[in-house]
Every structure is written in structure tokens, then in C-alpha cells.
Design a protein around this ligand. Structure first.
Ligand code: AMP
Length: 220
């Protein structure tokens, strides 16, 4: 059974939404790199100060920052039985650094327990998804103004607070994020193919259909 999941895919491919469900079902933490970085920005930490300018430009935050944040996170007690990495690694350099973290981590997993899941989806669908994405600042629930709109316009169904749009979800920054993805992250598909742990799923379908594909991966 798979216990450590690496979710790969372009911005807006839906991996965040799928991770939330999988994390609850398997009772393992969802480690969302972007959210951890945004939290550091909000709390005005040293890491946050460095990260901000990179995130605002749609570029990758320097590896020292991301590796420290992730290395600390996967060593916590709640990662003992597994975890889902969402948004890390995002480059070959980061994938190598993850291997080094696994060596040092107090929790070890066999190769058969690890899987890199690639959410495959055509790029033209994505800009549209990103610019329509809104989220709840309190519970983090993600909405799409076209495909999964909140019941009351602009308000979270659960918390009833005003939904927000991420600063980097504008069309201009989205395009930059795709360029970064194609240049830095796409080569990871070959990397994990060579490691023998890559699985591809079709992310260009409804949320439930994507989730059923994902569930098959768990026990393969
Ligand atoms: P996300 O929420 O995953 O779309 O990430 C938002 C932004 O956070 C990205 O555009 C990057 O600037 C930064 N970021 C997230 N994950 C990483 C990572 N693994 N390495 C470097 N920067 C990252």
C-alpha cells in the first residue's frame, strides 16, 4: 500500500483538491508547500520575507528555504504513517534534496510505499481554472467560479466569510508560473519514471472521476 505520495502537475491541475480528500481518507497530513510558504509570509518570518518576492513573480523560492520548511515538516510525528507532498519537489534539484531528507528522516518508507502521481491535463484548460479560483481564508476550501461556485456568491459555504483570490492567480502571473513549471518541474516526470515510482492520471475530468483514478493508485 502506498503511504508517501508526491503530487506533480501544473498549477491549477486540481492536485490540492484531491489531496484534501485523500488526506482525510488515509488520515495522513497534506503538506502543501505553497500554503506553508504563504503562512511564513503572513507570520513575517525570515523565510517568509525571502519567499514573498519570488512568489509574487511566479518564480520558485530558493531551495534552502523550501528544503528547510519541508525537511522540518516531514520529520514531525504526524508523518510517521505517511504524507502527501503537494508542490514539492518542483525541480530536479529539489527531488535530489528530498532523497537526502528521506535518508535523514526518522521515518523510513520502502520504495513500494512511495508513488509520484502526475496529474495530466492540457495547458489551455488551466489558465481559465486559475483565474476563476477562489478560496476561503479560514478553512482553505477551494472554489471555482465556473465549475464549483459557492452557494452564495463570494462567500464560503462552510464559514460564510468572504472568499479571496490568491495574488498570483492573475492571468499575468499564471503565465509565468506555467513557464516555470515547464522549465523546472516537467523534467521530474522522467526523474520519477527512472526511479520506477511514476503513475499518470487523467486530471481533465470531474473531481469524483479523478479521485477514483487516484484511489486505484493507492493499492497498486
Ligand atoms: P502553489 O500554491 O503550489 O501554486 O505555489 C505558489 C508559489 O509558491 C509558487 O509559484 C512558488 O513561487 C512557491 N512555491 C511553491 N512550492 C515551491 C517549491 N517546491 N519550490 C519553490 N517554490 C515553491
Amino acid at each position: 500500500m502506498k503511504k508517501v505520495f508526491i503530487f506533480l502537475g501544473p498549477p491549477g491541475c486540481g492536485k490540492g483538491t484531491q489531496t484534501d480528500t485523500l488526506s482525510k481518507e488515509l488520515n495522513i497530513p497534506h503538506i502543501d508547500t505553497g500554503s506553508l510558504l504563504r503562512e511564513n509570509i503572513k507570520n513575517e518570518t525570515e523565510f517568509g520575507k525571502i519567499a514573498k518576492s519570488f512568489i509574487d513573480k511566479g518564480r520558485l523560492v530558493p531551495i534552502e528555504v523550501v528544503a528547510s520548511v519541508i525537511g522540518e515538516r516531514i520529520s514531525r510525528e504526524d508523518c510517521k504513517t505517511g504524507y502527501i507532498l503537494d508542490g514539492f519537489p518542483r525541480s530536479i534539484e529539489q527531488a535530489e534534496s528530498l532523497k537526502a531528507m528521506w535518508e535523514k528522516s526518522p521515518y523510513k518508507f520502502e520504495k513500494e510505499e512511495k508513488v509520484a502521481v502526475y496529474f495530466d491535463i492540457p495547458t489551455d484548460v488551466l489558465v481559465e481554472r486559475l483565474v476563476n479560483r477562489r478560496s476561503c481564508p479560514v478553512c482553505g476550501k477551494i472554489y471555482n467560479l465556473k465549475s464549483s461556485a459557492p452557494k452564495v456568491e463570494g462567500k464560503c459555504d462552510i464559514c460564510n466569510v468572504e472568499l479571496i483570490q490568491r495574488k498570483d492567480d492573475t492571468e499575468e502571473t499564471a503565465v509565468l508560473r506555467f513557464e516555470t513549471y515547464n522549465r523546472e518541474t516537467k523534467p521530474l516526470l522522467d526523474f520519477y519514471q527512472n526511479e520506477g515510482i511514476l503513475v499518470q492520471i487523467n486530471a481533465n475530468q470531474g473531481i469524483d472521476a479523478v479521485y477514483s483514478e487516484l484511489k486505484k493508485v493507492i493499492n497498486d
